[in-house]
Write a protein that binds this ligand. Structure first.
Ligand code: UD1
Length: 417
């Protein structure tokens, strides 16, 4: 199992161009199953989750050519709509294929998806929305057997919570459904807007309204399109955390600073100096970080749950207490136990974590528990005294393109063992 060995103490500085967003690329790749002609998706990050999505497309009969950040998808003529267990198990986001597969082939058979260990991650909203659109979905010994007679039908749906994945599944399924779908309490993350951008480039009629309603007027068919994925706002936040915790001076280019409106003020609160343009962010970290009063994760445009763990690492070295409230996932503080092994002082009380800043962290042997938790350990190790061993970095490979190479160029002493 791959490990990182990180020698802490160097400052993270220099320039880096940000890669495309995993969470935008995955639903766009799933949606690329629906058009009848090929799509070319550019700025796709080169990650194991993207490889997994391409393998699912291949197993569904598509021809997929990956050339660096460009992925060409030649759609399948027909297929039984079955995704094997091993591919479903590789990432939880495979559930994003459900709407696309039913829409394209009129049937789907999948097992329950795998993925991050963030507590229970049910898919009830995905299933009930697709049922409302006319899909017949039966649960059979851990499998979902789905079919639709003819086309799905547009309808009015209200999500109990603005689930990102359920919103994406409905958007894809509604794109060529009969009639109009109105989705209330929809998620409105930048990645949702990007999926709408791709679907519309293919001829769909998707509009996202400021009151969290998504309206999709079904069209007869979609035509493949060329589309470029947005920059990764979570990887952006993570690299900025690395600069902040090491007192570095980092310039990130090719970012979308507007997508980080809830995140950037927290860096300033912690004593960092920021200079931003629309597509670049420069951060200079202070000699000693200040605490942030509260970091509460919320659906977009609130503070993203995916940035919570890297910020927790930064808060560990602040001069005071930072309180985190995790409102999206039930079990998203798994990195805390590992940070404590490095000398952090963290108290967990349900959805609340109180981080009491300490003057220094020390090296330890720690283990990645999930993607963003793993990134938090890297951030902490960069600033820790001594040599930290981080095990099971396959989680990190799911979401950060060439992390050790990039950090190495920015001054980190990091090697993969
Ligand atoms: C997506 C992101 C993930 C991010 C999350 C929240 C991708 C590939 N992943 O995950 O990185 O952390 O959004 O911003 O884009 N829920 C249900 N029933 C459902 C669906 C969700 O109860 O049918 C719950 C989940 O358990 C969770 C909450 O709703 O507590 C939010 O989940 P959701 O927005 O669906 O996250 P994902 O789409 O899985």
């Amino acid at each position: 199992m791959a490990k990182y060995r990180i020698e802490g103490g160097g400052r993270i500085g220099g320039e880096l161009h940000m890669h495309g967003a995993k969470n935008a690329a995955l639903p766009i790749l799933a949606a690329s199953l629906v058009p009848a002609t090929p799509s070319v998706i550019s700025n796709c990050p080169q990650l194991s989750d993207v490889d997994a999505a391409c393998n699912i497309l291949r197993c569904l009969g598509c021809t997929v050519i990956q050339q660096g950040p460009s992925v060409t998808i030649q759609p399948a003529a027909d297929h039984g709509g079955e995704i094997p267990d091993n591919l479903m198990g590789e990432m939880r986001s495979s559930i994003l294929f459900l709407g696309a597969v039913i829409t394209r082939f009129g049937r789907a058979r999948i097992s329950y998806p795998g993925g991050c260990e963030l507590g229970p991650r049910p898919i009830d909203m995905h299933i009930s929305a697709l049922r409302k659109m006319g899909a017949i979905i039966e649960e059979d010994h851990g499998y979902l057997d789905c079919r639709v007679d003819g086309r799905l039908t547009g309808c009015e749906i209200s999500l109990p919570f603005p689930s990102v994945g359920a919103t994406e599944n409905v958007m894809i399924a509604a794109s060529i459904a009969q009639g109009t779908t109105i989705l209330h309490n929809a998620a409105r993350e930048p990645e949702i807007v990007d999926l709408a951008g791709y679907l519309n480039a293919c001829g769909a009629k998707v509009t996202i309204h400021s009151d969290s309603t998504v309206v999709v007027e079904g069209v007869e068919s979609l035509t493949g399109a060329e589309y470029s994925v947005i920059p990764d706002r979570i990887a952006t936040a993570t690299y900025l955390c690395a600069a902040a915790i090491t007192g570095g001076d980092l310039l990130l280019r090719g970012v979308c600073s507007g997508h980080l409106a809830a995140v950037l003020p927290v860096f300033e609160e912690m004593g960092c100096q920021l200079t931003t343009t629309r597509h670049s962010i420069r951060l200079k970290g202070p000699e000693r970080l200040l605490p942030a009063a509260h970091i509460k994760t919320m659906p977009y445009p609130g503070f993203p749950t995916d940035a919570q763990a890297p910020f927790m690492a930064v808060a560990c070295l602040a001069d005071g207490n930072t309180i985190f409230v995790e409102n999206i996932f039930e079990s998203r503080y798994k990195q805390a136990g590992e940070l404590i092994k490095m000398g952090a002082k963290i108290r967990l009380e349900g959805r609340v974590a109180v981080v009491e800043g300490v003057p220094s962290l020390h090296s330890a042997s720690v283990r990645c528990t999930d993607l963003r938790g793993g990134a938090a350990l890297v951030v902490a190790a960069l600033a820790a005294e001594g040599s930290t061993l981080i095990q099971d970095v396959r989680h990190i490979d799911r979401g950060y393109e060439r992390l050790e190479e990039n950090l190495g160029r920015l001054g980190a002493r990091i090697i993969r063992e």
